[in-house]
Design a protein around this ligand. Structure first.
Ligand SMILES: *[C@@H]1O[C@H](CO)[C@@H](O)[C@H](O)[C@H]1NC(C)=O
Ligand SMILES: *[C@@H]1O[C@H](CO)[C@@H](O)[C@H](O)[C@H]1NC(C)=O
Ligand SMILES: *[C@H]1O[C@@H](CO)[C@H](O)[C@@H](O)[C@@H]1NC(C)=O
Length: 576
């Protein structure tokens, strides 16, 4: 069937959703989920279930797997427990989309049914082969007692089906098993492969003693794989989960396919550090002869740059040939307790897909929500040229801000009052923000947004900036999300998240965008230089009782040069 025929109208889509929903999930009303007495009612409130972030109708999800574009459809697979809201029984659930925002759930694509994946089908990636065939390589667990990890391959049963509903696993699986001397429980998450010099190459995450590494495997035929002598790269960080390795052009915002090399390209190597549970990356060069990757900044090796300074893990990118961009997907877990998750019947969401490209400085990536999310925007509410004096705040009204997209440009009246920066915090934005939270008066800032706030402000999540001045007269900009007052419910994990923003604030200008979605706040500072995703569960500030404010707890006045906020519609979300 040609892609054209799949230009579905809303009715056909709805039908597909119903078909998919009926075969894939047992619907259950979330209100009906009986909560144990210890779980406050608000945690299980359907008003806290996200509206436009990716999730299945119920149960546990974690890593995004094998994202790809095929015959007019985006495919997203993800780690999923079909039996409950805690991790376990992992299969590759499968959803498809025309725009990465409206999703249709299909049958699970890869389930434990061969000896080499019978105890679990863990994370992996898709590679489109030169003849157009997608291949999925994923980690299988083949023993019950220990998590012995091998790599398997699967192909579509019918390449002409744009929805790729059925996957087959050739009899020659597994294709890669750990070698003697390798840590067999720390050998997983193959990347998308790339092609050079007549060989395919892919990475597998691993651990030697305490050294995290990206093993390189090579193949001529995509079936027989041999490990290269040296890993692509390694660092003393503990296990590297979900490595991701891709080229980015030195200039411009386009994305590249994994097999593009040359002088106009830099490389990004991301590792999900099992020890800290955050995604770190470096930018560097890849030598396709020695097969080694060298980060540009040796001091920043896997402890400095993060995609997101909040709750964001096990991410994966893919090249979208339809829009020539690279798109980043990531998992955000819950910040409530396991009993809460069981009572809710669901756990885990994915971040809004982000387009990523290299900052003109070459020192970091920039990230921005894909443009397709803007189709969910309702009527805009705008505020312009409004001064917020020291200690003051104002409310943005006229929209349901529990599910909203807010873009704001701030202008600081003067930077003279910036507090001195203590270099002891140079590598610890989070600690600095833990001490200097949103209610801690400052010189320039804290200023920003209070989101998901109650009318009397006993509940509020602050997303804000604070500006310091270092010993050399240079300004240091801190971006934080402070959820410590986000909820009156007990037993929540409320870490203050923060990152520095490498931006020139000498003009006094800085921007912020926050995607607010009931129990998630996903923020982008300075046009995508620093990103923070945070999960919060208000008990009062839910649904129409959620308010949005701009605040300034710094001595220096600030001006909102422009603010636009949109209430966000709910897309098709897997039939839920
Ligand atoms: C493998 O790594 C795990 C996690 O660090 C560790 O507990 C285990 O002892 C390692 N096994 C071997 C054989 O080194
Ligand atoms: C290897 O990299 C060099 C320099 O970046 C490039 O010119 C060459 O085409 C690459 N080789 C292959 C086989 O891709
Ligand atoms: C998400 O949950 C919190 C609270 O339980 C943990 O501290 C994090 O480690 C966890 N994150 C991931 C990626 O598992």
């Amino acid at each position: 069937m040609g892609a054209q025929q799949w230009a579905l109208g809303p009715w056909a889509l709805l039908l597909l959703v119903q078909l998919a929903g009926a075969s894939h999930v047992v619907h259950r009303s979330l209100e009906a989920a009986a909560a144990p007495a210890s779980v406050p009612a608000s945690i299980v409130s359907p008003l806290l279930r996200t509206g436009y972030h990716f999730q299945p109708p119920m149960n546990w999800i974690n890593d995004p797997n094998g994202p790809m574009y095929y015959k007019g459809w985006y495919h997203l697979f993800y780690q999923y427990n079909p039996k409950g809201a805690v991790w376990g029984n992992i299969v590759w659930a499968h959803s498809v989309s025309r725009d990465l925002i409206n999703w249709i759930a299909l049958e699970a694509a890869i389930k434990p049914d061969i000896p080499s994946d019978q105890y679990g089908c863990w994370s992996g990636s898709a590679t489109i082969l030169p003849d157009g065939t997608p291949a999925i390589v994923y980690t299988g667990i083949d023993r019950p007692d220990i998590n012995y990890q091998v790599q398997n391959i699967a192909f579509p049963k019918d390449k002409s089906d744009p929805l790729l509903r059925e996957w087959v696993k050739p009899g020659y699986n597994p294709i890669i098993v750990p070698e003697p001397g390798m840590n067999v429980t720390q050998f997983r998450d193959p990347t998308t492969a790339w092609f050079a010099d007549g060989h395919w190459r892919m990475l597998i995450g691993g651990l030697r003693d305490t050294r995290g590494m990206a093993y390189v495997y090579r193949s001529r035929d995509f079936r027989h794989w041999v490990r290269a002598k040296h890993p692509l790269h390694s660092a003393l960080t503990g296990m590297w989960e979900c490595p991701d390795f891709f080229p980015v052009p030195k200039s411009g915002q386009n994305g590249l396919d994994t097999s593009e090399f040359g002088d106009k390209v830099k490389y990004v190597l991301k590792s999900s550090l099992d020890l800290t549970r955050y995604d770190y990356y470096t930018i560097g060069t890849y030598n396709n002869k020695t097969e080694r990757y060298v980060p540009d900044d040796p001091n920043g090796d896997y402890h400095r740059l993060r995609y997101d300074y909040g709750n964001f893990y096990a991410s994966k990118t893919f090249f979208d040939p339809a829009k020539r961009r690279r798109v980043l997907l990531g998992w955000a877990n819950e910040s409530d307790s396991v009993p809460d998750d069981k009572a809710k019947g669901w756990a885990g969401i994915h971040a809004i897909p982000r387009k990523i490209w290299l900052d003109p400085s070459g020192k970091q990536l920039l990230q921005w929500p894909i443009e397709e999310v803007e189709q969910l925007r309702g009527k805009p509410v705008s505020v312009g040229d409004k001064v917020v004096k020291s200690g003051e705040h104002f409310e943005v009204t006229g929209l349901g801000s529990y599910q909203a997209d807010v873009e704001v440009s701030f202008e600081v009246s003067s930077l003279d009052k910036a507090e001195p920066f203590d270099p002891a915090f140079s590598n610890d934005a989070q600690k600095l923000c833990g001490i200097k939270g949103a209610d801690e008066k400052g010189g320039v800032g804290p200023f920003g947004l209070w989101v998901l706030a109650s009318a009397n402000l006993e509940e509020k999540t602050a997303v804000f900036f604070r500006v310091f001045k270092d010993g050399y007269g240079k300004h240091v900009v801190l971006m934080c999300t402070d959820p410590t007052k986000s909820s009156l419910s007990p037993d929540l994990y409320k870490p203050t998240f923060a990152g520095f923003v490498d931006t020139d604030i000498s003009s006094g200008k800085i921007s912020l965008r926050s995607l607010i979605d009931r129990s998630v706040v996903e923020s982008f500072g300075a046009r995508g230089k620093t990103c923070i995703l945070s999960r919060v569960y208000p008990s009062i500030a839910i649904g129409q009782n959620a308010h949005l404010y701009v605040f300034n707890n710094g001595e220096a006045d600030i001006k909102v040069s422009h603010l636009t906020a949109w209430e966000m519609k709910k897309p098709l979300m897997n039939g839920a």
